[in-house]
Unconditional design. Structure first.
Length: 634
């Protein structure tokens, strides 16, 4: 067992140098601009600031102002401003060595990224040249490790006893830590927030909420500083806001019905309890409920518990779970809450999991302590994606014409299953003539050579009728000549590839991928991690092809016009269906996502009070049909 642990952690160190998060959007391609929106994410807490009053804010539209302090122990490396008129501009993220040759990293995807953001690019300051190797450490203009601090001017919070800092970040760290410190009235600097080591990297548009009432509430001279203390990679920051908080406010995020931990020694392959969006009935899962619960308010919250209800297609509750013991969560702190396990029945259908938290106090803003996830039990398909295309994989330019394969890691939890085919969503931007094929590898993360090819499908020609644009779920089957027998307790890398390369075959993506669960291989043996989930699925039996057809598209009229607080959506075409609803702003960014269960009332209402005034698109999807509407928020 000890040897296994050493192998796994050794592999993790190796993989961090071999795998990078690949870019999936291109600002230069106007037809793909809407795909810059983040992948569908189970986190429903889209705006941590909620409807709180803004006390002070900075979006860096005019750069780093002269009353800020920008310093580094080397006297050379500093935080940089990326804006429309800078060189490099705001479309460039990290410029350092640990990205593919000839490319730059993605910029932050904050709400105002287009008018600029700030970055500390430790990767570039230490080593601007490839290859990404410890042999090249310290060859840049300011060798690391770095201690770089960006400090705000004095901020008056004397009228605000309950206050929080909200900001957007995009972070990747190799060694060290990134933290936020506060000083009030010229006093000592106190650490009020340190980024956790996981996820690494964060999402492109990760929003962070830091409750700072204990250090800054009611103080007249408050300064905060962002501290990069370590070596390699980067920290991007944008849209800093001080907000007046509620007294009692629990919020949940990262709700899950899985328990994935690649380095848990009780998990033989590391991929046990990975969360899937579709399970074949032979592998109906054991669900494990948890969420991360934060106290965003100014006061202590007691007897905090997680509650989970599972509802079936008929909207009937088939299981209820609750945290066995209530916990106390101080202001500004958070903890994981669990609500037990549940073995899902092998009954076909869509199942919704309604997460919610309670505490002894009366919550002042209940909207952010509710969450809903969905999974499907079906006859043949095994899937990890979030159903509908929300991005595409383009790949770095140097591999544009290289044979490659992209897919997901799947764990088989039952014996006697045979994979008949692989389904894939071909992304918009693919070219013809070109071909694609499916492949299955046995995959052992702890091995130095983790993947062993088992079988491939015959190649088929890519056709424009296969292409998926934003919101589509058009699946194409790649069928094995002989079904592939799968072994229970074994993890597999299931992929779709093209000899012509990613410039010809573009794979559609949907959902955020956990580390080392979605991969791309460039031949002969270059492996990279992907931070979005490829729409690549396994079929344990002849697939009926229903999902291969474009879903029925409907134009719907919503009201009132204009709308102020509540939007009414006619849903008679979706009676008694589980649907995903999204609202997209004028810049193509998803600003609201939720799962709804339609009912016999023919009308579904959603709260839009927190949206800014302007024009929006509304998209609603089920497995069978999709709808589109436009509305104006007053």
């Amino acid at each position: 067992m000890l040897s296994s642990m050493k192998n796994k952690f050794s592999m993790k160190k190796i993989v961090y140098w071999l795998l990078v998060v690949c870019s999936i959007e291109s600002a230069a391609q106007q037809t793909l601009n809407e795909l810059r929106s983040v992948a569908l994410n189970p986190v429903r807490l889209n705006n941590l600031a909620g409807n709180r009053d803004v006390i002070w804010s900075a979006d860096f539209s005019s750069g780093i102002q002269s009353d800020w302090t920008n310093s580094d122990q080397s006297g050379i490396a500093q935080w940089e401003y990326r804006g429309p008129s800078t060189d490099p501009n705001m479309e460039v993220g990290t410029r350092g060595s640990c990205i593919p040759v000839g490319t730059t990293g993605d910029p932050i995807a904050s709400p105002t990224w287009e008018n600029g953001f700030v970055i500390f690019d430790s990767n570039w300051w230490d080593n601007p040249n490839n290859p990404c190797s410890p042999d090249n450490f310290g060859t840049g203009p300011a060798p690391g490790p770095h201690l770089a601090m960006l400090t705000t001017p004095s901020i008056d919070l004397s009228a605000n006893p309950d206050v929080a800092l909200v900001f957007n970040q995009y972070l990747k760290m190799y060694q060290g830590e990134t933290r936020i410190e506060i000083s009030a009235n010229g006093g000592p600097w106190n650490v009020v927030f340190t980024n956790p080591s996981i996820p690494n990297p964060t999402a492109l548009n990760a929003q962070q909420y830091v409750q700072i009432s204990a250090w800054a509430g009611g103080q007249s001279d408050v300064k905060i500083r962002f501290v990069f203390d370590g070596l390699y990679y980067f920290w991007m920051i944008d849209d800093l806001t001080f907000v007046d908080t509620y007294t009692n406010d629990l919020a949940i995020r990262n709700s899950t019905y899985g328990d994935f931990d690649l380095f848990d020694l009780s998990h033989p392959t590391g991929y046990e309890f990975l969360e899937y969006s579709k399970y074949p009935d032979e592998m109906s899962p054991l669900l494990k409920f948890s969420t991360y619960c934060e106290n965003l308010g100014g006061s202590l919250q007691t007897n905090c518990r997680l509650h989970v209800d599972i509802l079936n297609d008929q909207n009937n509750v088939i299981h209820t779970a609750e945290t066995a013991e209530g916990f106390t969560i101080p202001s500004g702190s958070g903890m994981e809450l669990r609500a037990g396990n549940y073995q899902m029945p092998a009954t076909f259908g869509q199942y919704r999991m309604a997460f919610g938290t309670t505490q002894d106090q009366s919550d002042d803003f209940v909207e952010n302590n509710r969450d809903t996830l969905m999974t499907i039990i079906n006859d043949v398909q095994y899937a990890r994606d979030r159903y509908f295309t929300s991005a595409v994989f383009l790949g770095p330019p140097e591999f544009g014409n290289s044979q490659y394969e992209i897919g997901n890691v799947f764990l088989i939890t039952n014996s006697g299953l045979e994979c008949h085919s692989i389904s894939v969503a071909v992304g918009i931007g693919s070219s013809t003539p070109a071909t694609m094929y499916g492949a299955i590898y046995s995959y052992d993360f702890s091995a130095l050579n983790p993947a062993t090819l088992i079988a491939t499908t015959p190649s088929i020609e890519i056709d424009p009728g296969m292409f998926n644009s934003y919101g589509d779920q058009i699946l194409t089957n790649l069928t094995f000549d002989v079904p592939v027998t799968m072994e229970e307790g074994v993890s597999y890398f299931v992929a779709v590839g093209s000899e012509q390369g990613p410039e010809f075959f573009v794979c559609a993506l949907s959902g955020d991928a956990l580390e080392f669960t979605a991969l791309v291989k460039y031949f002969p043996n270059n492996w990279y991690s992907v931070d979005r989930i490829p729409i690549v699925r396994m079929n344990f039996g002849p697939f009926d092809g229903v999902a291969m057809q474009r879903t029925e598209s409907l134009v719907i009229n919503v009201y009132p016009v204009p709308a102020k607080n509540v939007l009414q959506i006619p849903t008679s075409d979706w009676l008694n269906e589980s649907c995903e609803l999204k609202i997209v702003d004028g810049q193509g960014k998803i600003v609201h996502t939720e799962l709804i269960q339609t009912n016999q009332l023919n009308v579904t209402e959603i709260n839009i009070e927190n949206l800014s005034s302007g024009k929006y698109d509304l998209l609603i999807y089920s497995e069978k049909r999709r709808g589109h509407a436009q509305f104006i928020k007053q």
